[in-house]
Design a protein around this ligand. Structure first.
Ligand code: PRP
Ligand code: URA
Length: 288
């Protein structure tokens, strides 16, 4: 936008921004944006009209485009019945610690483990239980224990490794499989280099863990590999997801429950999640 811009353009951008701000407020309810974002958007829309500010108008338009993606994100929770947002305040707080570029390897690793445990606690709430007899110091009674299918945790290498201990602290007897995938830096397509799963896998509840769901390619392939080997009862846990990845995953595997702690805005040109936390593998293992 440059040169002489008619007043109607500013007014129309401002009107669109106000409408967007209302919808934006809705997305704040889902924890996707903050109240401060909404205030900033309204302030900028008003600035557009009052000052006939070309730069502000351009920024509003950019923000509108961004909002568009956010609203699509909000709808995703209605669109996909296999998608669950785990937005407990403790998870939100810990995700913010992960995002911070100044959070060092030690702390990052510890927090990823804590997040995995908190997410696992929720994701495993449908585990079946059965009553057993137990004798308390007071009397005998029946009391429930976890029953039925055994659990397998399957991290997607490398970054998924950081989430394994969090799940094992909840279910110490779980077996651990591994799937090795790396993303091609240019095409962003996943490439398989390793797959070893507990055998037999058919009857197990399988929790696949990978902190990042970006394009969704790795997650889709990981679940494909498990299904090809007979896995049936699969859950997928990801700390931060982009809308693109959720669409791809939920479309490809509608039978797999996907749990995320944070839905972010979009991917950048390198297919990194924005705002994200950077390269999860590098931050967990200190390789950069
Ligand atoms: C990261 C991450 C996921 C994948 C997500 O792994 O841990 O596996 O990228 O991206 P996608 O949704 O676009 O497929 P990466 O390939 O960087 O390997 P690493 O963990 O070994 O660093
Ligand atoms: N993998 C990561 O580790 N981070 C991203 O943002 C995307 C893929």
């Amino acid at each position: 936008m440059h040169g002489t811009v008619p007043f109607q353009v500013y007014a129309s951008v401002a009107a669109k921004c106000r409408a967007a701000a209302a919808a934006y407020a809705q997305s704040a309810l889902h924890g996707i944006c903050e109240q401060t974002d909404i205030k900033a958007l309204i302030r900028r829309s008003e600035q557009t009209v009052e000052n006939k500010n070309i730069a502000a108008a351009a920024m509003c338009q950019a923000e509108l485009r961004q909002n568009d993606r956010i609203f699509k994100g909000v709808n995703m929770f209605e669109e996909y019945s296999n998608l669950t947002l785990l937005d407990h305040p403790l998870l939100k707080h810990k995700v913010t610690r992960l995002r911070d570029r100044n959070t060092g390897t030690n702390e990052f690793r510890a927090i990823i483990g804590e997040i995995a445990m908190l997410m696992g606690y929720e994701a495993l709430r449908d585990l079946p239980v059965e009553n057993i007899d137990v004798e308390t110091p007071i009397e005998k009674c029946e009391s429930p224990v976890i029953a039925g299918r055994k659990l397998a945790v399957v991290p997607v290498l490398r970054a998924g490794l950081g989430m394994v201990n969090g799940i094992l602290s909840l279910v110490p007897a779980a077996k651990v499989g591994h799937i090795g995938l790396y993303r091609d830096e240019i095409t962003h397509e996943p490439h398989e280099y390793y797959c070893k799963l507990p055998d037999p896998i058919e009857e197990r509840v399988i929790v696949v863990v990978d902190p990042m769901l970006a394009t969704g390619g790795s997650a889709v392939d990981a679940v494909n590999l498990i299904k090809q080997r007979g896995g049936k009862y699969i859950k997928f846990m990801s700390v931060i997801a982009a809308p693109e990845g959720i669409r791809k995953f939920c479309g490809a595997h509608p039978d797999v429950q996907l749990y995320v702690a944070q839905l972010d805005r979009c991917l950048n040109q390198d297919a990194y999640i924005c705002p994200g936390l950077g390269d999860a593998g590098d931050r967990i293992f200190g390789t950069k």
